[in-house]
Design a binder for this molecule. Sequence first.
Ligand SMILES: Cc1cc2nc3c(=O)[nH]c(=O)nc-3n(C[C@H](O)[C@H](O)[C@H](O)COP(=O)(O)OP(=O)(O)OC[C@H]3O[C@@H](n4cnc5c(N)ncnc54)[C@H](O)[C@@H]3O)c2cc1C
Length: 419
Amino acid sequence: MRNKFVNQQHDNSPIVIVGAGLTGISAAEALRAEGWKGEIVLLSQEKAMPYDRPPLSKEALREAVPPEKLLLRDRDFYDEQRIDLRLGVAADAIDVARKQVALSDGSSLAYQKLLLATGSRVRQVERFPHGAARVHYLRELDDSSRLRQEMAHVAGHVLVVGAGIIGLEVAAVAVQRGLKVTVIELGARPLARAASPALADFLSDAHARHGVDIRCGVRIIEANPAADGYEVRLSDETCLHADLVVVGAGVVPNSELARSAGIDTAPEGVRVDGRGRTNIADVYAAGEVAFHYNELHGAYRREETWQHAISHGGHVARCMLGADDAYAEPMSYWTDQYDYSVLVFGSPMGVRDVVRGDARSGSFIVFHVDEDGICGLTAVNAARELRKYKPLVSAHASVPDEVIRNVEEDLSHHYAARA
Ligand SMILES: Cc1cc2nc3c(=O)[nH]c(=O)nc-3n(C[C@H](O)[C@H](O)[C@H](O)COP(=O)(O)OP(=O)(O)OC[C@H]3O[C@@H](n4cnc5c(N)ncnc54)[C@H](O)[C@@H]3O)c2cc1C
């Protein structure tokens, strides 16, 4: 096979970023902000101008949003920041010895430093192939507009496979559009990976009130394509006809490019230390593809959140220029379903949930408590309170449950920080 790589001088080579999602763009922006004067090449295998993903399962699914409104940065940004954005160009292979990337347009590119910001793709469920009629997955801009358009034309029953965040967001939009919605989940409860039992209960109730049928501990026994959808038999001994199937079964990190170049990967993604460094000199990874060391937890983890893409992309970019601090950010994400704006900060997986405020009012905050103290917060329509109480999480503060529950108490005067 012809060697795609040709000898090139490395001295003035650019920093090459593979992937123009939120991580790649945050990294490019941070490189400039930190004073990097050299070339930056930002490769995107997608043809669309880089866009934001969260609206794809929310406002852009409810109604058509002009594509410009979804852009991560406007077109001038790339010129002003001298970022060589190459749309529709994938990195096909990396030669780490020669420090070159082979591109899908047949050319190759030398790099001084390389950042892998390749993100994730949807996990496919074999019975429902991506691209099959009446089957939808949700990751890219076109996925969202295709689903929105089909929901507008198909009156009937939507089967959502997976009660994770994306599955529940889609269920909320679909039922509000007048469709009948059934959500099936293999696990014992919705949101088992991402949220506390308290939030799962609250959102399950909200979905039930809106008419969504969420069935947990249920799997598909049989699914046969029909002319107008799928005939599905479930393990709870029911059968249903689905006019549309939406699969929200999680994601798979895009780490094959790294793995085939000999870069250390784990099933969770590209393994990087607290500075975003892989095991290969001058090759870094950040964002959703990175199985990164987080000093706050003293452990490796992979995160699928918008805030992490910004923070980690920026942090690793600074480390590429010589910064030497380890990444130590708490998890932070949001989800919007019906009239509920949910914010999660820190770990939602304590040993118990303590609710402050009246959940029935639709505005409350859940304190997640582990053996040592408060490890996380979930706010439902209570953004201001969440901001106020973040220091309790940072301090891992120990506060008696009855004090947390008492809305008359100003908690900032009552916590005792962990020694
Ligand atoms: C529908 C949806 C809704 C979401 N909602 C929320 C939310 O409400 N709150 C929240 O906190 N988070 C949300 N998220 C998660 C958040 O948007 C992601 O975690 C974040 O966008 C990840 O950014 P990233 O740049 O690391 O990866 P990605 O966004 O996946 O970007 C990686 C890019 O790299 C490209 N790429 C991959 N391989 C190559 C290659 N070899 N060459 C060139 N390019 C390549 C990919 O095509 C992609 O464009 C949502 C995600 C989705 C999909």
